[in-house]
Ligand binder design. Structure first.
Ligand code: CA
Length: 232
């Protein structure tokens, strides 16, 4: 069976960044479609088979966030946001709006390809009903059985610790925003309680990390949220 190339849609108005993306993606074996505004991006998205989207947040005819929300109305394909450092809050809004991950400009080609691989792998897994067992070195998480073991020994977690870990595990290798975590673990009116989250993350690190300092598995994404890094 011949494998069709993976198709990417780049929506970016800065010509230099767009050209860099198109050449890096083409060199990586992707078939690339490009747009310099949200309207053109939306048209291409509707007319072509797209496997992964790369969308700039600051577009001349509206913001990328609005485009992401519209795409999420009909596609579950991965969306990577391209964001400037000054767009911290928009980046968080984009993740809450359905984007899978983000790249902060300027970014390198190696980082671009690494993030794309994660996003595409995750999309393939979720389309196969999702993985229910994950490994982080000696730690094994069984989402169905609701158990965690470390070197074969059961790790005891409180209900809240488990809900937090399970949510991060369901979005393995991807950032989950502080807002999402608070909302889903503590409830809809708890968005002001980011300190709860820090306390529980600290507790989970002590149980899961090989060495809690610096963490290598439960990573802080400064100003955004947290990411659980699991083995392939
Ligand atoms: Ca821009």
């Amino acid at each position: 069976m011949s494998r069709e190339p993976c198709t990417a849609l780049v929506v970016e108005d800065d010509p230099q960044i767009r050209h860099m993306l198109v050449s890096a993606l083409t060199a990586g074996g992707y078939q690339v479609h490009e747009a310099d505004c949200a309207a053109q991006g939306e048209t291409l998205a509707g007319n072509r088979r797209i496997d992964v989207f790369l969308i700039d947040l600051g577009l001349p005819d509206g913001d990328g966030l609005e485009l992401i929300r519209r795409l999420r109305g009909w596609t579950q394909r991965p969306i990577l946001v391209l964001s400037g450092r000054t767009q911290e809050s928009e980046k968080v809004d984009a993740l809450d709006g359905g984007a899978d991950d983000y790249l902060i400009k300027p970014f390198g080609v190696a980082e671009l390809h690494a993030r794309l691989r994660v996003a595409l792998r995750h999309a393939a897994q979720t389309s196969h009903a999702g993985r229910t067992s994950l490994r982080l070195g000696p730690v094994a998480i069984d989402l169905d059985g609701k158990t965690v073991t470390r070197s074969g020994e059961l790790v005891r977690l409180t209900g809240t610790q488990w809900r937090l870990l399970a949510l991060l595990a369901k979005h393995a290798n991807r950032v989950v925003t502080t807002r999402q975590l608070l909302h889903e673990v503590w409830g809809p009116n708890q968005s002001d309680h980011a300190h709860y989250l820090r306390v529980y993350v600290h507790q989970l690190r002590r149980k899961l990390e090989p060495d809690a300092n610096p963490p290598t598995r439960l990573l802080t994404e400064t100003g955004v949220g947290y990411r659980l890094v699991v083995d392939d």
